[in-house]
Design a protein around this ligand. Structure first.
Ligand code: PLP
Length: 425
């Protein structure tokens, strides 16, 4: 199959294997719905990014965007690899600290941040990536005098869905182009130490999007030069955000890591800036390392053939929310010859609750059996991280595979946990 990777995802005797283990055996051992992550693949992806830059003699700060996957066990793996962290909420900062990241390696990029949150972050000594003039004003009112970075909106966005584009006109993030110089002057006047400039134009880009991204790299570098002129201080880093995509479909080409690294390094080298390069990949590091397993409850001809599974968009929302395509695999009959077009439907009371990219886009699959296991591939990023308790469904369990062993890294949520914060009137 196009998605097979030696040592990671393999088909043996028509069965799906991950990191040398049978996916179906995991489903039996740990129950379903279940996320399974190959930790060695996470490490491989991280190292691939590092090596792409080292080819051009650069050592960027690689801030793992933990919004993509915030399991402490995965964060610990990346901490050991030398990662930095991109955190987007105060709780993410706390989780990263718990996972062993020192505060100097955490950059907080929030939006619509409250004053108590700013106060707590300043107290922790976390570098705050400013998203608005209001944030700057409120930090000054708190008597803050520390390091800040500024997120600007370079005016060009890119991403695999309009929901994941984070720069351009109708976008809430960052300081817009026409106000960026006054933001630098404001920071200086308030006595802040401006250490970084940041952009994040969107998530999941491939192909031509990489050219759009490199255009913004040039713009951001020019603005970084301007920041140094206006503040009279050198920046410590220029952060180009996250966004590198992964191959969800056979027709897609993989992410051009070399072109990406080369583009950034060459532009930085020719700018005269001495600042470090920072990037914030999330999906690229964990996306293809995780699969999601669920069990088939029903196989039935309705107006269309429907496979009903014991999971829903509360577990994996990407298809319903973004119309995202995920490969779906019948674990014990991966290459079965008898095939049919199916809707793979979840167990929520919502008609959008399907794992096909839309209700109409039926998926050709080998004949499945009730009680069999389906795997949804490329579920390591924005999978569990976006899971919810909708329909009072319990959060799934998660397993990490590392160096030939499996570890339960997140227990299945219990009904008691679900309702423990409820109070009777
Ligand atoms: C500020 C910031 N940095 C990095 C990322 C990571 O994006 P990706 O997972 O596409 O690399 C995001 C995700 O939207 C983000 O908001």
């Amino acid at each position: 199959m196009w998605w097979e990777q030696d040592g990671h995802l393999e088909v043996r005797q028509n069965q799906l294997y991950i990191a040398g283990f049978s996916a179906e055996a995991f489903a039996k051992q740990y129950g379903t719905p279940l996320y399974v992550y190959n930790g060695n693949r996470v490490i491989e992806n991280f190292r691939a990014v590092k090596e792409a830059f080292s080819e051009f003699k650069a050592r960027p700060r690689i801030h793992f965007a933990m919004k993509a996957n915030s399991h402490i066990a995965i964060l610990k793996l990346l901490e050991r690899e030398g990662a930095f962290i991109d955190a987007v909420s105060p709780a993410e900062v706390q989780i990263a600290l718990k996972a062993g990241f020192p505060r100097e390696k955490i950059l907080f990029t929030g939006t619509s941040v409250s004053t108590p949150e700013l106060k707590a972050l300043a107290k922790l000594g976390i570098t705050i990536n400013i998203d608005s003039f209001s944030q700057m004003q409120r930090l000054r009112d708190l008597g803050f005098k520390g390091d800040i970075s500024i997120r600007w909106n370079p005016g060009i966005g890119a991403g695999l869905h309009s929901h994941t584009i984070t720069a351009g006109k109708f976008i809430k993030f960052g300081i817009p182009e026409h106000k960026i110089e006054s933001a630098f002057l404001q920071a200086k006047a308030f006595g802040f130490n401006l250490v970084g400039l940041h952009q994040h134009i969107g998530s999941g880009w491939l192909g031509k999007d990489v050219d759009a991204f490199l255009e913004t790299v040039g713009k951001t570098i020019a603005i970084a030069v301007k920041a140094e002129e206006l503040t009279g201080k050198k920046l410590k880093f220029v952060d180009f955000g996250g966004g590198p995509g992964i191959r969800y479909r056979m027709e897609q080409a993989g992410f051009p890591l070399k072109k990406y690294a080369k583009g950034i390094v060459e532009k930085m080298n020719s700018s005269g800036l001495k600042a470090e390069i920072a990037i914030e990949p999330g999906r690229f590091i964990v996306g293809d390392a995780g699969i999601f397993l669920c069990e088939i409850n029903t196989v039935e001809e309705k107006n269309i053939p429907v496979i009903g599974v014991n999971a829903g968009f509360n577990d994996l929302v990407r298809p319903a929310f973004y119309g995202s395509y995920h490969e779906i695999v019948v674990c014990s009959n991966v290459n079965g010859r008898q095939k049919k077009q199916y809707m793979v439907a979840g167990n929520l009371c919502e008609s959008s609750d399907v794992f096909n990219e839309s209700r109409e886009a039926l998926r050709e699959l080998p004949t499945p059996n009730e009680g069999g296991i389906l795997a949804i591939l490329n579920a390591g990023a924005y999978g569990f991280a976006m899971a919810s308790n909708y329909n009072s469904r319990l959060l799934p369990a998660c397993v990490l595979l590392l160096d030939g062993r499996s570890y339960l890294i997140r227990e299945r949520q219990s009904l008691d946990e679900l309702i423990k914060s409820e109070r009777e009137s």
